[in-house]
Design a protein around this ligand. Structure first.
Ligand code: PLP
Length: 451
């Protein structure tokens, strides 16, 4: 860390409480302050260049210098910098974005509701589900199913659905009635001798049994990322989604697809739901929707959800939910332009093509002594780090090995993200094959340096 008195780094340590950061350690190691971006690279305050292999937080799909997004924001700021969507009011960009999202959805959707973050979209989904159950005259139908290792955000309701220890420990969350099931993580949860298909069958049976135990009439919905991201980039086992969806259909339970990471090309299809053939009733969208140049998120709902909300509003007057900045005109204009660029430049197909190169490159590291598993698809991947391949264990302190390799990567100019002892890679959709090679070579060097 720069120790220069009054440097930006010193002032950051003095005044800024960072998100997801060990406060004490921050005082020791100091911040990495990023000053500017160019394509897939960012530069820190000292001019050092980093290949941003996480797209920030799985989110800057178009890289860090897309002028068209700047221009779209500027045009909208000049024309109408703010307007809201409460009580029948609105504006053109949000109407256009609603139409675009509903018509591009991979399954029939009725409406788009606008929020500002993934967490807000998830909270909104939960409130809509409860509202719907009440509207249907089924007030007991409120329980929610999630899987371990799920990440759905950090507001109180979203954090309750998230199933990672750090998001619960010491927060005294008001947890609604949540049923937590096994993560579809074959490497960690598969039994010896079990095939992926048998594992998927076991998880579907677990779901069925959990619904029976809870009382089928009390279970409202399952929230799920098509591919779990922050929990470790967990690609579900073969046949998982078809078996899980069959159980949900049997008991008339809604499926909410959390597409906050998967959406807009990440898994090689426009949406994760297409990659895994999911037929959700609601889809939460954020991050790459605006390439994260500006906060934006949306919730798509189908007629099973919209119908009762519509009917109920006749009786009780208004749907009492909305955010001051939800559907912000500048965020809507930037999101529309982001989607236009993804479509015009064929970035979804590119994610598949360049992603195949990334997957092959990272898999070539599988024989390294520290690599337990390489997993992922298209432009999202993780390397599970171990010190004992047979026992699938790392160093005694969880996360220590991940932090060590991650620090070596950062020193070498590559930004990854350690999820305990797995390292995530989720580069911008615009990454080139040469940059993928640079990334893979950097990862190999960082592994070699660690062991
Ligand atoms: N859902 C998923 C799948 C996410 O990965 C995230 C954030 O990483 C969220 C929800 C929460 O989004 P936000 O941080 O914008 O609230």
């Amino acid at each position: 860390m720069s120790t220069t008195p009054n440097s930006p780094e010193a002032r950051d340590v003095a005044y800024h409480l960072h998100a997801y950061t060990n406060a004490k350690k921050h005082e020791e190691v100091g911040p990495l302050l990023i000053d500017r971006g160019e394509g897939v690279y960012v530069y820190d305050n000292h001019g050092k260049r980093y290949l941003e292999a996480m797209s920030g937080l799985w989110s800057v799909g178009l890289g860090f210098s897309e002028k068209r997004l700047v221009e779209a924001a500027t045009r909208q700021m000049e024309r109408l910098p703010y307007y809201h969507t409460f009580t029948h009011k609105g504006h053109n960009p949000v109407a256009d974005l609603a139409e675009k999202l509903v018509t591009m959805a991979p399954v029939p959707m009725s409406k788009a509701f606008f929020t500002n973050s993934g967490s807000e979209a998830i909270d909104t989904a939960l409130k809509m589900i409860w509202y719907r159950s009440n509207a249907l005259g089924k007030p007991e139908k409120k329980k929610i199913i999630v899987r371990n290792r799920a990440y759905h955000g950090v507001t109180i309701a979203a954090a309750a659905l998230t199933s990672l220890p750090a998001n619960h420990n010491s927060f005294d969350l008001i947890v609604p009635d949540v049923i937590r099931l096994t993560a579809p993580h074959f490497y960690r949860e598969g039994k010896p001798g079990e095939t992926e298909e048998q594992f998927a069958t076991r998880l579907a049976e677990e779901l069925d049994a959990a619904i029976q135990a809870a009382g089928p009439d009390t279970v409202a919905a399952m929230f799920a990322e098509p591919l779990q991201g922050a929990g470790g980039v967990i690609v579900p086992p073969a046949t998982y989604w078809e078996k899980i969806q069959a159980v949900l259909a049997k008991y008339d339970i809604l499926l909410v697809a959390d597409e906050v990471i998967c959406g807009f090309g990440r898994t090689g299809s426009m949406f994760g739901c297409e990659t895994f053939n999911l037929k959700p009733d609601m889809m939460a969208l954020s991050k790459q929707i605006s390439s994260s140049y500006i906060p934006a998120s949306a919730l798509l709902i189908n007629k099973r959800v919209y119908g009762p909300i519509r009917e109920r509003s006749g009786e009780i007057g208004t749907f009492g939910h909305g955010f001051t900045a939800g559907g912000h005109p500048v965020a809507s204009a930037v999101s529309l332009e982001t989607i236009r660029i993804i479509e015009e430049d064929g970035l979804v197909e590119r994610a598949g093509e360049v992603g195949a190169k990334l997957q092959a490159g990272l898999r070539s590291l599988a024989d390294h002594p520290l690599v337990g598993e390489v997993r992922g698809m298209a432009l999202i991947a993780a390397i599970e780090l171990v010190t004992d391949k047979e026992a699938k264990t790392a160093l005694p302190t969880p996360g220590q090995l991940g932090a060590m390799v991650n620090a070596n990567l950062q020193e070498a100019g590559i930004i990854s993200r350690a999820m305990v002892d797995a390292l995530a890679f989720c580069p911008p959709l615009i990454i080139t094959e040469a940059q993928v090679e640079e990334l893979v070579a950097g990862v190999r060097a960082a592994l070699d340096k660690t062991y």
